[in-house]
Design a protein around this ligand. Sequence first.
Ligand code: HEM
Length: 499
Amino acid sequence: RDGRRLPPSPPGLPLLGHLPLLGPLPHRALRAMAATHGPVMLLRLGRVPTVVVSSAAAAQEVMKTRDLAFASRPRVRMAERLLYGRDMAFAPYGERWRQARRVAVLHLLSHRRVLSFRRVREQEAAAMVDRVRRGASSGGGAVNLNAVLISYTNGIISRAAFGGDDRSFGLDGGEKLAKVFAEFEELLGTVTMGEFVPWLGWVDTLTGLDARTARMAEEMDALVERVVADHRRRRRRRGVRREADAEGDDDHRDFVDVLLDVNEAEEQTGGGGGVLFDDVAIKAMVLVMFAAATDTTYTALVWAMAELVNHTHEMRRVQDEVRSAVGDGDHAVVTEDHIDELRYLKCVIKETLRLHAPLPLLLPRETTEDAELLGYHVPARTRVIVNAWAIARDPAAWERPEEFVLERWFAAGDDRKTGDDDYMFAQDFRLVPFGAGRRGCPGVGFALPSMELALANLLYHFDWELPAGGASKLDMDELNGLSVRLKATLNLVAKQWSR
Ligand code: HEM
């Protein structure tokens, strides 16, 4: 009536709205709907009005031009229950989120801090190579790369977050710990019925989801409490807190150490913006880092290896690149010093993230105020989903969008260059696997060296192929969870590279 146009909306069902149309792989269903209804659609998921964005131009408005209006997050019940309702990734826009984001960006994920974990990454990469070797010799050559890569990513983040002395944290061995974290992440990725359709909330109780969640929240809380208490004890034993601004190599503080330093500093100064970074904030921060880092990084690595094993010519080119950069001495080791030279490998990561963003719909946003989007009116408190997966395969923006083509990243005429050296995704809204703007992923700098080093090691030390007697190509079907991953288990034959 006031002349403001809402985005177009396909027909939905009474009560459930468009929820049943999403199916098991919502990013695919939403792309199909957008093909008919356009790059900005209005859906109703149960009772939740939701705008879906499916073009680079619309994504740029959400994450850059009008970033502030789209900078909040909707309430996610699982996050509230598992992360104390205090974590930064699912926090509404406001002072608490700003404080947590500042702490994360300045103290946990700064370039210097990420560099300080270089040894951790290199040790975990060496352990991963050993694991592949052992797996290959005991399993007739075939290795379960899922297990290997979960262990690698878990190893890095748990040592970065909790420190390296006791990786089992009172749980009998690393395996149990990995299981607990796997279930934690599975639950965090579960959408509760009650969130969208309140009158169906009883389903979550009936299926046992509520009880499982309560148990997991308790178990995780006990674990993180123990870790924080251990750190406090050690600090007391040392008598002084470590210098918060220790330089370079001397600074081996893990996330908990750093957060305790922030907490102590804030207690002395009264905190920024009137919000104190307290114990609950510390626990929520550690857990959300874990959740945000492991599943995404591991999923992307599995996709990268899956694409390479289906594109043997490309795999050979990356292997040649890594092997010539590292050399073939008897004790050759792939380190982070080699990574800068590996331009082809970086293209593999870019192309993998283009085709297989681990979070194809990013994390949901919510409007903080009435906003405009490509000329449509979007009311305050509308949920907003960016279909990064559809945008990255949009035939209007990409040539051969469905194919794994590394050449698209080369600068014209020189196949040693990647066009831009870094992963400057946020400048190009056709590719936004990490989101962008105020709520964009602050962990890119942490994720990329872990991914690069893992791939470089796997491709340097081994030749990879599908098990004999099976299909000639790997089935690239997807499975939805906290992230969207390869449905098949990645069992590949690893042959030690002989010089
Ligand atoms: C391949 C790896 C990763 C991918 C694909 C990824 C992707 C994303 C995406 C899509 C978002 C939402 C962005 C938005 O709304 O615009 C996000 C947020 C976030 N990511 Fe990542 N991420 C990865 C690794 C990491 C790592 C390693 C960490 C930390 C160590 C991390 C920490 C976070 C946090 C804390 C947020 C919430 C930011 C906020 O709401 O302010 N991520 N990530």
